[in-house]
Design a protein around this ligand. Structure first.
Ligand SMILES: O=C[C@H](O)COP(=O)(O)O
Length: 303
């Protein structure tokens, strides 16, 4: 397998897309008005209070959830129970399903075998690329992706190289995400920016743009392991990048807030924000997910 990675890299090195730094700098040179963000946040919070009393909106939130367990003591039993729950989260309506389950790479095969045994159909998301720190050689991060896909993952949630981002080395961020996208094969790539560690909204915007340019199917706020995870502020900045990309290319990139979203009202604030910045067409599980381990409990309580 390592020889495969080696040959992949020699191929990648020869054919890697030339990242145009001057064009990148032109595209990302914008400021974010704190008053604009405050206004958007207040409007989203107000809208969320209206939506939280709407049963249909609460059922839609369940469909956005990547039901997640990412703990050192995760076991085969824990992820099979998670899958059973994600496939049938709401007893009163068997048609309601979560968007995916999200687990560590070592648990993907357990999820896949349980899915086969029960005849379930659901996306299997695996974190990878040295989650949550990303502080590993690119070769091992790529191999981890390939192994998770081989075990049955249909979606891969990678983390970006924050050392490169904090060094303003966006070429490396871009090239590495591109290499990891290639390693995904047919699996969808969600790129985690770990916004809580990027130090500025400008870096959040640059990381969003580099990740989108490199072919990410989704951009995701956080691992859930940073000190500060999903916020409305960084979500607004990321959504602005997704909007700009759609205006420029006509292509839609998905958005996934994650980390610390524990109540239906919090989730619906992100729903309201996506609706405001991108429009209702983004409000479906193919373009919008919420990474959460405990949100489902609160949504079910409100139904
Ligand atoms: O996407 C995955 C996150 O780790 C979930 O974070 P949470 O446990 O705070 O819901």
């Amino acid at each position: 397998m390592v020889s495969m990675v080696g040959s992949f890299f020699s191929l990648f090195r020869d054919y890697q897309y030339r990242f145009d730094m001057a064009e990148f700098e032109r595209e990302v040179s914008r400021d974010f008005d704190s008053q604009e963000i405050t206004k958007v946040t207040e409007e989203a919070e107000k809208r969320a209070k209206e939506l939280v009393t709407d049963r249909e909106e609460l059922l839609k939130v369940i469909g956005y959830i990547d039901l997640t367990t990412l703990a050192g003591d995760d076991t085969k039993d824990r992820v099979t129970v998670l899958l059973d729950r994600a496939v049938a989260p709401y007893a009163k309506d068997p048609a309601v399903k979560c968007g995916a389950v999200c687990v560590y790479p070592a648990r993907v095969a357990d999820v896949k075998s349980h899915m086969k045994k029960k005849g379930y159909k659901l996306n299997i998301a695996s974190v990878a690329a040295g989650f949550p720190s990303g502080q590993y050689r690119l070769e091992s991060r790529v191999l981890e992706i390939e192994l998770a896909v081989a075990d049955g993952a249909t979606e891969i949630d990678i983390v970006i190289n924050r050392a490169a981002a904090l060094d303003d080395d966006w070429t490396t961020v871009y090239n590495e995400v591109r290499a990891m996208k290639a390693a995904c094969g047919s699996a969808h790539l969600k790129t985690i920016l770990a916004t809580g560690e990027l130090k500025s909204l400008s870096n959040v915007y640059k990381a969003s743009w580099a990740s989108i340019l490199a072919g990410s199917d989704f951009i995701k706020t956080s691992t859930g392991k940073e000190t500060v995870n999903a916020t409305i502020e960084v979500s607004f900045v990321m959504l602005c990048a997704i909007k700009k990309w759609h205006q420029k290319t006509g292509k839609k990139v998905g958005f996934k807030p994650a980390g610390g979203i524990k109540t239906a009202t919090e989730a619906l604030t992100y729903v309201a924000l996506v609706e405001k910045v991108l429009g209702k067409e983004w409000l479906n599980p193919s373009l919008f997910r919420i990474g959460a381990s405990s949100l489902l409990d609160d949504v079910l309580k409100k139904l």
